[in-house]
Ligand binder design. Structure first.
Ligand code: MN
Length: 262
C-alpha cells in the first residue's frame, strides 16, 4: 500500500487525441498548475489516451508531446502513477520510462487524506482508498467483460504488438467503431458500475474510499457497509464539455473543475 503525504490529485478519461488540441492544452495547463501547487502525486486512472497501439508509437508527434508534458512534471517534484484504462491498456514500460511515471496494477490501495464524510473512521489521519479505472466493476456488461478478458491476455497482446503499426492503427479504428455501435444497443444501466461489484471491491480490499472513472458519470456517494460508511468518487471524462480532477490532502477531498481552463 502506498501512503501519501501532502496533496495528491486524481484524473481519468481524458481521452487525449491529436484531433482535440483543446484537450491537450487543458492537460498542459493542468500539469503546469499541478507542478506550481507542488502536488506530491498525480494518479491517472486510465484512458489518458483515446487509444494506444503500443509503446513503439512514441515517435508519433502527438504521443511524444503528451509524453514530454508528463516528463516535465515528473522531472520536478511530482510522482505520477498510471492505471490502465480500456483504451490505453497497451501502455507499457517504455512509455512509463520515457514519461517518468510508475505503472500500477488494475487496482491500487493507497492511504490518502481525511474522508469527506465525518462518520468514516480515520486510520491515523488517512483513509484507506482503492483506485481503479472502473471498467472491472461494470460487471453487467458481459460482452465487454469477455472482450476485456481477451485483450488483456498476454497472448492477444503479444500477437497484436507483433503486427505493423499501420495495421494496428487500422484495427483499433475498427474496434472503436464497433464499440461505439455496441454502445447504442446497450442501456445506460448495463454500462454503469454494478453496486454489488463496488461493495465487493471495497470489502475485499478493506477500503473506506473508492475512486474511479470510466463510466463518465461524475459524482460522489456514500455507501453503507456492515463495517461502516464508505465513500465513492467517480471522476469525470474530459472530452464531452466537462472535466475535473479530484484533489486530496490531509484536510479532505475536493473536486477541481477544469472546464474552460485552456
Ligand atoms: Mn474507460
Amino acid at each position: 500500500m502506498l501512503t501519501l503525504e501532502g496533496t495528491a490529485r486524481f484524473v481519468s478519461d481524458l481521452h487525449l487525441r491529436a484531433e482535440r488540441p483543446d484537450l491537450t492544452e487543458r492537460f498542459a495547463a493542468f500539469l503546469g498548475d499541478t507542478a506550481a501547487c507542488k502536488v506530491k502525486a498525480l494518479f491517472i486512472l486510465g484512458d489518458l489516451f483515446e487509444y494506444w497501439i503500443g509503446d513503439d508509437d512514441l515517435a508519433d508527434p502527438f504521443n511524444a508531446r503528451i509524453c514530454n508534458l508528463l516528463r516535465d512534471l515528473t522531472d520536478q517534484d511530482t510522482r505520477v502513477y498510471f492505471i490502465a484504462g480500456n483504451r490505453d491498456f497497451l501502455i507499457g514500460q517504455r512509455f512509463a520510462a520515457a514519461a517518468g511515471l510508475t505503472l500500477l496494477n488494475e487496482t491500487q490501495k493507497i492511504c490518502a487524506g481525511a474522508p469527506c464524510v465525518p462518520e468514516i473512521p480515520l486510520r491515523g489521519q488517512v483513509t484507506a482508498t482503492l483506485l481503479m479505472h472502473g471498467d472491472t466493476v461494470c460487471t453487467d456488461d458481459i460482452p465487454y467483460q469477455q472482450f476485456r478478458q481477451m485483450v488483456r491476455s498476454k497472448e492477444w497482446q503479444a500477437n497484436f504488438l507483433a503486427r505493423p503499426i499501420e495495421e494496428r492503427r487500422a484495427e483499433i479504428e475498427v474496434l472503436r467503431r464497433r464499440s461505439a455501435e455496441a454502445m447504442l444497443d446497450k442501456t445506460a444501466a448495463i454500462m454503469d458500475a454494478n453496486p454489488a461489484a463496488i461493495r465487493a471491491a471495497l470489502i475485499d480490499n478493506d477500503c473506506t474510499r473508492l475512486i474511479h472513472g470510466h463510466t463518465h458519470r461524475p459524482g460522489c456517494e456514500t455507501i453503507t457497509l456492515s463495517s461502516g460508511t464508505t465513500e465513492r468518487w467517480v471522476l469525470s471524462d474530459w472530452d464531452t464539455g466537462r472535466g475535473d480532477a479530484l484533489e486530496i490532502d490531509p484536510s479532505g477531498c475536493r473536486r477541481l473543475d477544469l472546464t474552460g481552463k485552456a
